[in-house]
Ligand binder design. Structure first.
Ligand code: PXP
Length: 243
């Protein structure tokens, strides 16, 4: 059995940078650290409002990293042009609302199929693999199959948000059924959103899910993994000044 792949989403490293408009923290260093830690892929979401990842980040990552780049983006003409320009290995089409804090729910792949198909065809013509970020529903998997994409990413945000064990178990069952259904139709199955070290343990029992894309909780954990060291570095700088 091959190992489950991990895509590390580094959007929130850019969130820290954009909060101050500084040149740091470097997105390339973040990617290098994630890859050194075992990331099989780097994932970024180029949002229409550019609240974290910027166009130049995507270009720089594509030029620098040796693992696949997975570009999450809305299904718009502007973003298709960006994908063709930067040429990530994979594009994951996601729904996007300007006011949302983060992606809320999956893409409705069954809505406006002709428009979506046009976008998918353009990306396929540019030799870019396409995944659709969808809710764990058979109708969505059917739509993904009809649209001719090779992969889906199951939205796990609902699963992650549940606090009751029974609710979470029910949602996990929905994810399992969806993952099996997609696999039986020849789709590669990834999953992501809201996943943490705690809530991932039972999901990884689903062998059909071959890849997870995880961001916020890894970046949050990185703060604590590194805060002591970062404080020590500044303390050492102060100490050297008064000597
Ligand atoms: N997968 C997709 C399609 C997403 O839109 C996001 C959030 O950008 C993630 C995975 C990562 O979610 P989180 O940051 O909650 O781990």
């Amino acid at each position: 059995m091959s190992a489950i792949k991990l895509g590390v989403n580094i959007d929130h490293v850019a969130t820290i940078r954009q909060a101050r408009g500084t040149a740091y923290p470097s997105i390339l260093t973040a990617a290098a650290q994630a890859i050194a830690g075992g990331a099989d892929q780097i994932t970024v979401h180029l949002r229409e409002d550019r609240r974290h990842i910027q166009d130049a980040d995507v270009a720089a990552l594509k030029a620098a990293i040796k693992v696949p780049l997975n570009l999450e983006m809305a299904a718009t003409d502007e973003m298709v042009a960006k994908a063709i320009e930067y040429h990530p290995e994979r594009v994951t089409l996601v729904p996007e609302k300007r006011r949302e804090l983060t992606t809320e729910g999956g893409l409705d792949a069954a809505k406006k199929p002709r428009r979506l198909k046009k976008i998918i065809d353009k990306l396929h013509d540019a030799n870019i693999e396409i995944s659709l970020f969808i809710d764990p529903e058979e109708a969505q998997i059917q739509a993904a199959t009809d649209l001719g994409v090779s992969a889906i990413e199951i939205h796990t945000g609902t699963y992650a948000d549940y606090t009751e064990v029974t609710d979470q178990a029910q949602e996990q069952e929905r994810i399992l059924v969806a993952a099996r259904c997609a696999t039986s139709r020849g789709l590669f199955v990834a999953a992501g959103h809201g996943l943490t070290l705690d809530n991932i343990t039972s999901l990884i029992q689903i062998p059909e899910i071959k890849e997870y894309n995880i961001g916020h909780s890894i970046i949050a954990e990185a703060v604590f993994v590194g805060l002591k060291k970062a404080t020590m570095a500044m303390k050492a700088a102060l100490t050297s000044a008064i000597m």
